[in-house]
Design a protein around this ligand. Structure first.
Ligand code: IDP
Ligand code: MG
Length: 140
């Protein structure tokens, strides 16, 4: 296993319910270190570009509307096997299908408002981190 970095987003349903600290505690309990973090407001252009891979999916427009409905916290998580580990800690996209110990089982409101985003591969993680952060903002 190698030390990796992955891009995480605490979604608007999480910031609205003041859950950022509770979710960050779960990352840290699982050995993921928050090496960069900022609270930002996505625009239709930035949210649309970030989720461009889902452009043809029926939920794309609703997803973009949801992601701009309030502030998000974008963060870089670092640790052994961080990409896969974060996906495990997040749980399944649909919180009804997520395992009980996961962030989505504990906190998500719905399949759309599911509290967290996490990169799904090392290559996507690199691109997604560069989408939001300059190298000088990441402090191990
Ligand atoms: P992931 O976040 O678990 O990687 P993706 O399939 O990449 O899941 O979908 C991106 C996001 O789009 C999800 O986290 C969720 O917010 C939203 N989404 C995915 N599938 C649906 C759906 O069937 N209905 C509504 N929203 C969805
Ligand atoms: Mg995804």
């Amino acid at each position: 296993m190698a030390v990796e970095r992955t891009l995480s987003i605490l979604k608007p349903d999480a910031t609205r319910r003041n859950l950022t600290g509770k979710i960050n505690a779960v990352f840290e309990e699982h050995g993921l270190r928050i090496v960069a973090q900022k609270r930002i407001q996505l625009t239709p252009a930035t949210a649309g570009a970030f989720y461009a891979v889902h452009k043809e999916r029926p939920f794309y427009n609703d997803l973009v509307s949801f992601m701009i409905s309030g502030p998000v916290v974008v963060q870089v998580l670092e640790g052994e096997n961080a990409v896969a580990k974060n996906r495990d800690v997040m749980g399944a996209t649909d919180p009804k299908k997520a395992e009980a110990h996961t962030i989505r089982a504990k906190f998500a409101e719905s399949i759309e408002a599911n509290s967290v985003h996490g990169s799904d591969s090392l290559e996507n993680a690199k691109n997604e981190i560069a989408f939001f952060f300059a190298g000088t903002e990441i402090l191990p």
